[in-house]
Write a protein that binds this ligand. Structure first.
Ligand SMILES: Cc1ncc(COP(=O)(O)O)c(C=O)c1O
Length: 383
């Protein structure tokens, strides 16, 4: 957070308008420009964005949505809100993204007769193979809703379109501006789409189903009267949050450059080590580097991943693990009958992975300290 964020927030506080209003509108139009989408709708969080998107497509009780188990629970929990079911398929061992071949298998198996949509997650900021996912979706008449929580600023080369920013490929794309994301509005989310009808419907639904500009009802020019047009949710983004988002968005490309430089430094340092596996980037992508996911090769080490994480933490390196596969979690086993051992690639990646610190304000000294500490620990614990 810098002086620009402070200025925007103070400007909003002093404007006398703190909830959804002109700053949220500005955040929408600037974000739409940033990703190249026709419409952008600011919402309270990506979870709400995903919920509204599936709802707007008419997904309801008994429907199925194909997604990855290697994600945060928000991706799949929203399906439950609508009475729909997450159909998990395994991931690609290189990119950690949903594997299009597994999507095809699930559809060809005949076991899933109610699939309505595919919900790919651009994990860690590496864009999914959207050409192949798009082809499968067209073949089976399915919608695509992208979970782009990690992928603001990422891009992928598409057949016939060239390099394309995430946010304009699927029917609807959902972004997160949660505090840990590449840029933030403290809490916040955005839906982008080129479909005006869906955008209009979501704009109304995201604020109680009231007329589109009902927020203006407190304005001098506004009317006290409002009509309820549709199902309503309370997913609007306040202007205080949008103010932070507007300021951060201006710095998003600089943040991304710094993250990319840190990821390169990690790659260069760890690539040659026999006990480490660096993340794979497909050609023709621009990675958002939301996470830097390093994998251990446990057969070469005397300690497991959990111990390695604890040792790094003990030496002051704030590592974490992303993600715990959803099909192994109590709720998904109980509610949807997953056993916890169906997706060997996701399970293998999870058992060996850890996320190293990566953020725009990270100093060169801190990057060097992380590299040195990881390499030290590997050397000290080599089998
Ligand atoms: C892949 C993924 N999807 C969705 C979300 C939900 O985002 P939010 O916290 O903005 O609701 C997250 C949050 O971390 C996420 O990692």
């Amino acid at each position: 957070m810098g002086p620009e964020e402070e200025r925007e927030v103070i400007d909003t506080l002093r404007s006398g308008w703190i909830t959804t209003g002109p700053k949220a509108k500005r955040f929408e139009s600037e974000f739409a420009k940033y990703v190249g989408a026709k419409r952008a709708l600011a919402v309270a969080h990506c979870t709400g964005a995903l919920h509204l998107s599936l709802w707007a497509l008419g997904i309801g009780p008994g429907d199925e949505v194909i997604t990855t188990p290697f994600t945060f629970t928000a991706t799949a929990e929203v399906m439950g809100y609508l009475g729909a079911r997450p159909v998990f398929v395994d991931i690609d061992p290189g990119t950690f993204n949903i594997n299009p071949a597994r999507i095809e298998e699930a559809l060809e198996s005949g076991e899933h007769k109610r699939v309505r949509a595919i919900l790919p997650v651009h994990f860690a900021g590496h864009p999914c193979d959207m050409d192949r996912i798009g082809a499968v979706a067209r073949q089976y008449g399915l919608e695509i809703v992208e979970d782009a929580a990690h992928a603001a600023g990422a891009a992928r080369h598409l057949e016939g379109r060239g390099m394309t920013r995430i946010g304009t490929i699927g029917k609807l794309s959902c972004f997160s501006f949660y505090a840990t994301k590449n840029f933030t509005s403290a809490e916040g989310g955005m839906i982008t789409t080129d479909d005006d009808k869906l955008a209009d419907r979501i704009a109304v639904a995201s604020l109680h189903g009231m007329d589109h500009d009902a927020w203006k009802r407190y304005d001098k020019s506004g009317s006290w009267y409002y009509e309820i047009h549709d199902t309503g949710f309370k997913y609007n983004l306040s202007d205080v949050h949008a103010a932070i988002g507007v300021a951060q968005l201006k710095r998003a490309d600089d943040f991304l450059k710094r993250r990319t430089a840190i990821a390169r430094a990690y790659n260069d340092a760890f690539r040659g080590d026999a006990s480490l596996q660096t993340p794979y980037s497909e050609p023709g992508i621009e990675h958002a580097w939301h996470l830097y996911v390093l994998r251990l090769k446990p057969e070469t080490l005397t300690v497991g991943r959990n111990q390695f994480v604890e040792m790094l933490r003990a030496r002051g390196v704030g590592v974490s693990v992303h993600c715990i596969p959803l099909h192994t979690m109590h709720f998904y086993r109980k509610n949807y009958g997953y056993r916890g051992d169906e997706f060997p690639v996701a399970e293998d990646v999870f058992s060996r992975c850890l996320s190293l610190p990566i953020y725009a304000s990270m100093s060169d000294e801190d990057v060097a300290y992380v590299i040195e500490t990881v390499l030290d620990l590997v050397r000290d614990n080599r089998r």
